[in-house]
Design a protein around this ligand. Structure first.
Ligand SMILES: Cc1cc2nc3c(=O)[nH]c(=O)nc-3n(C[C@H](O)[C@H](O)[C@H](O)COP(=O)(O)OP(=O)(O)OC[C@H]3O[C@@H](n4cnc5c(N)ncnc54)[C@H](O)[C@@H]3O)c2cc1C
Length: 501
């Protein structure tokens, strides 16, 4: 028989390993819950809650087909070894995983064991991320061709061998403490096909215009990220359904047609970014723990405990928009792209805290934590990649632009509920109305200017520029051709449009 090892792909539709293994005969559908993975500093209570939910949904899918998902609690290698002694395991079918260092090291150990024991471990490409990529040139073409391949149907027949399951532990058993996660509506729990359909047919019409507003984006963005992170739906399924929907909307006219077209275009671009960012981690593992560009090792940001870090973590910086974003994230597990970028920018530039501290904290808060996107984005918003424009967000300006009436602030920072609209973004200007709210943790302008000077001094060094080119060759987006890129380096080093990279 063959083992189908489910990892971050908790679905049946478009599941290559499952379909191919079922076509060969009996299978053992396996999920291994690894206690050591759940002791890593980037995972959390809220991730475990989602996992429990998705595993029970996957199990229901097996039960409906007269089968059962086998859950084993233990480290992957001993679990697989033990199964191999009790069953005649010919092959293991799984997706190729590009996750954190723990999963990479575990897979290397398993590969050694399967090779030594003549067990055929077949790993399938899960999305647009390519293993052992020789060059970034032409990657987008590979992505597009993968997205257009036929989707694997749910197997019509699933024959399973018999094997006992372990009980799924609780959060308490896993020593995962409550982390403030109390979402009002948890889109992560609704069936992914329904979330996608409502986005493509109703919620997404003003996606492009509303994706950055903290209140509107909660509905106008697809909200598929947690599903994608746990693999309950494949990127290819999302891509193809979006393409079909694009065709259906062609009979619309005027603004409606324009809006939907813009939405689908932006959305599909982001589906590509998803894989593009994970590809960076695949090609440069150290993105998780090292500055992408070594010149920024000289920045000497704060790496140890600091009161500023604690206040940022709790949403008590005295900058209302930053605090509202952080408190909302703690409670709901999700916030839009721009707000994530602003939270990181504030910590990395204004508070001068090293991204290796803040990224772990945010990883635990994002229900959709995906290492490849996360660390690349955190480094981008901290100015340590060497290939992106330095972007320091002004939190007051961001608040005025995206929450002009202060509704989002008042929702999440109740201390400011009675503050007049004119002062809600700068409450320190009316100290008599401040009440229990905090004074600003830093001078926004001075800290921004000091950060900008320090980072640009390094960025402009000749040696830094030549290293940037090597980094771009390895992991940079090829949206622009290399020639264009090299030409642009001679003028002003502006490499990409707004968030492309
Ligand atoms: C500092 C920082 C950390 C981030 N960490 C994560 C993370 O751990 N996991 C994660 O999924 N996203 C991360 N993002 C990217 C982005 O913020 C989220 O993907 C998005 O907000 C998820 O909401 P959505 O599904 O409604 O997105 P939509 O706007 O509906 O986009 C659809 C999908 O496209 C992908 N996507 C969207 N924007 C981006 C982007 N800028 N880069 C790469 N892929 C993108 C995601 O898979 C997303 O689910 C991070 C962004 C920043 C600035």
């Amino acid at each position: 028989m063959n083992i189908v090892w489910f990892k971050r792909d908790l679905r049946m539709l478009d599941h290559g390993p499952l379909s191919n293994a079922c076509a060969k005969g009996k299978i053992l559908p396996l999920y291994i819950l690894e206690p050591n993975l759940w002791r890593q500093p980037d995972v959390s209570y809220r991730h475990f809650l989602h996992l429990q939910h998705y595993l029970s949904q996957l199990d229901d899918m097996f039960i409906k087909r007269g089968a059962k998902l086998v859950i084993k609690v233990g480290e992957a290698l001993p679990v697989l070894k033990s199964l191999a002694t009790r069953h005649n395991v010919k092959a293991i079918f799984s997706h190729y995983e590009t996750w954190n260092k723990f999963s990479k090291d575990r897979d290397s150990a398993i590969r050694k064991w399967t090779d030594k024991n003549s067990i055929d471990w077949k790993e399938y490409q899960q999305n647009g991320v390519v293993r052992n990529l020789n060059s970034r040139d032409g990657w987008s073409t590979l992505w597009h061709s993968h997205m257009r391949k036929k989707i694997y149907e749910v197997p019509a027949k699933i024959l399973c061998v018999s094997e006992d399951s372990d009980n799924l532990p609780s959060c308490q058993d896993m020593l995962l403490e409550f982390d403030g996660f109390e979402p009002n509506s948890n889109l992560g729990k609704i069936e992914p096909g329904i979330v996608l359909k409502s986005f493509l047919t109703e919620r997404g019409e003003n996606y492009q215009r509303e994706m950055s507003g903290p209140l509107l984006s909660a509905d106008s963005c697809s909200r598929l990220s947690t599903h994608i992170a746990f693999g309950t739906i494949s990127i290819r399924t999302i891509f193809q359904r979006t393409q079909q929907q694009t065709q259906k909307k062609l009979d619309l006219v005027g603004d409606k047609l324009k809006n939907w077209r813009a939405s689908y275009n932006s959305f599909q671009k982001r589906l590509r970014w998803h894989c593009h960012f994970i590809q960076k981690l695949e090609d440069l593992r150290s993105i998780e723990w090292k500055n992408i560009h070594p010149i920024y090792d000289k920045l000497e940001r704060e790496t140890s405990y600091s009161e500023n870090f604690e206040r940022w973590k709790r949403g008590e910086t005295g900058f209302p928009f930053v605090d509202a974003c952080m408190r909302s994230l703690i409670s709901t597990g999700w916030i839009n792209f721009r707000m994530r970028a602003m939270l990181v920018s504030f910590a990395s530039y204004n508070l001068w805290i090293d991204w290796r501290q803040t990224s772990l904290y945010l990883a635990r808060l994002f229900s959709d934590y995906e290492p490849g996107i996360h660390y690349s984005q955190v480094q981008m918003q901290s100015g340590t990649t060497g290939i992106n424009t330095i972007r320091i967000y002004n939190p007051i300006k961001q608040g005025l632009e995206h929450d002009p009436q202060g509704k989002f602030i008042k929702k999440w920072v109740p201390e400011l509920r009675h503050m007049p609209q004119a002062n809600v973004h700068t409450p320190w200007e009316t100290p008599e109305l401040l009440g229990k709210y905090y004074s600003p943790i830093v001078d926004e302008k001075l800290s921004r200017e000091s950060a900008s000077t320090r980072i640009h001094q390094l960025k402009n060094l000749k040696i830094a520029r030549s290293q940037s080119e090597a980094i771009w060759r390895k992991i940079g987006s090829r949206k622009i051709s290399e020639n264009d890129y090299l030409k642009s380096r001679k003028k002003k080093p502006k490499l990409q449009n707004e968030f492309e990279f």
